[in-house]
Design a binder for this molecule. Structure first.
Ligand code: RB5
Length: 145
């Protein structure tokens, strides 16, 4: 499983912490930037990570900005992306089980590092439940225009 990860400057520090954890766990990832705390525009990063996920290059993606809001809104504009902004582990679990979210969004200025790492672990280790939820996710995807 190859994971795509990216952030703007507002999420840069948390991205680096998540990468350390992924390294410790032996989880493979591709870092789409940003590569320094210098200011960048989050839609550019969302486009890179979202495209990598919908093309199949990466199975899932993680996006981080200051709040997680802008970068998740941007990612959800890309056909095939289901980005879920999560602030707690239960939401991360449901985002996978019920919504089959293929991108997790986090807000570095909102969620502390310890909780954010727990959210990432929950999200990475929860499978889509399918069944009635697949019908609903299909209906979401049919809303794309
Ligand atoms: C950047 O200052 C900030 O606006 C961005 O990281 C994010 O919070 C946007 O939603």
């Amino acid at each position: 499983m190859l994971l795509a990860i990216g952030s703007d400057h507002g999420g840069y520090n948390l991205k680096e912490e998540i990468k350390k954890m992924l390294d410790e766990q032996g989880v493979a990832y591709r870092d789409f930037g940003t590569h320094s705390p210098a200011s960048v525009d989050y839609p550019d990063i969302a486009r890179e990570v979202g495209s990598a996920v919908v093309s199949g290059e990466c199975e899932k993606g993680i996006l981080i900005c200051g709040t997680g809001i802008g970068i998740s809104i941007a990612a959800n504009k890309i056909k095939g992306v289901r980005a879920a902004l999560c602030h707690d582990e239960f939401s991360a679990q449901m985002a996978r089980e019920h919504n089959n979210a293929n991108i997790l969004a986090l807000g570095q200025r909102v969620t502390g590092i310890g909780l954010a790492l727990n959210i990432v672990n929950k999200w990475l280790n929860t499978e889509f439940a399918g069944g009635r939820h697949a019908v609903r996710v299909d209906k979401i995807m049919n809303l794309e225009c």
